[in-house]
Design a protein around this ligand. Structure first.
Ligand SMILES: C[S@@+](CC[C@H](N)C(=O)[O-])C[C@H]1O[C@@H](n2cnc3c(N)ncnc32)[C@H](O)[C@@H]1O
Length: 214
């Protein structure tokens, strides 16, 4: 990514400081798929996904100032008015700003593996937060999970399935690569080197459906 002078203001601070879910139609000026990304990094997926479908209402969380402000700058430069970057900790802000059953898609791509035991609590797919994310998805909504770390992939998929996400391919089964899908910044590298990527595409079923293997 070429160097861009950092903006002085935090990206998406108006949204990050909300204490309750806003009227997203008013914020985005209309309807469309409401999508959340946790940890967009340099924003390769967010920018390309929103460029391909400008009707998507996209909220990309990134707690690193440099990435958050650069992605916000690029979104603005390319006229992607429905891509909003929020500079902050998704685990703190997400529960405040989304109502239950409001999200169409959640993207979690190449989350930090947090190798040190002391940092494990920073992981995104911990049981309580994963259940919260399931509650925020609409019935029929999707969870898009990708990672290059095999044991984190297996662990993450197990936590998602245990929380109640349905895996249409069967428990523990990863999704094949779909060349039609936009790659994330990190994924682009692996598509060149051939390093394995583990992908899961899970859905939220209506209450009363058996999530595991139904
Ligand atoms: C390994 S990078 C992957 C970035 C991007 N998804 C990709 O695939 O290229 C993980 C990103 O998640 C961000 N992140 C980790 N935990 C976060 C949190 N709780 N809230 C917001 N961003 C977070 C990190 O700063 C980092 O940029």
């Amino acid at each position: 990514m070429s160097r861009i002078p950092l903006r002085p203001e935090k990206a998406g601070e108006d949204i990050a400081t909300m204490e309750k879910p806003p009227d997203w139609s008013a914020i985005f000026g209309g309807d469309g798929s409401l999508e959340l990304e946790i940890g967009c990094g340099a924003g390769g997926f967010a920018l390309e996904h929103c460029r391909r479908d400008p009707t998507i209402r996209y909220l990309a969380f990134e707690w690193r100032k440099k990435y958050a402000r650069e992605v916000a700058h690029r979104a603005e430069k390319h006229g992607l008015t429905r891509l909003k970057v929020i500079e902050g900790d998704a685990r703190i802000v997400v529960p405040k700003i989304f109502a239950p059953n409001s999200l169409d898609v959640i993207h979690l791509q190449f989350p930090d593996p947090w190798w040190k035991r002391a940092h494990f609590k920073r992981a995104i797919l911990l049981p309580d937060f994963t259940k919260l994310l399931l509650g925020l998805l609409k019935v029929g909504g999707r969870f898009d999970f990708r990672t290059d770390v095999e044991d984190r992939a297996k662990q993450g998929l197990a936590v998602l399935e245990k929380a109640g996400f349905h895996n249409p391919l069967g428990p523990g089964v990863f999704h094949p690569y779909d060349p039609e899908e936009a790659p994330s910044t990190r994924e682009r590298r692996y598509l060149v080197t051939g390093q394995p990527v583990y992908r899961a595409r899970l859905v939220k079923l209506a209450p009363g459906h058996n999530a595991v293997g139904s």
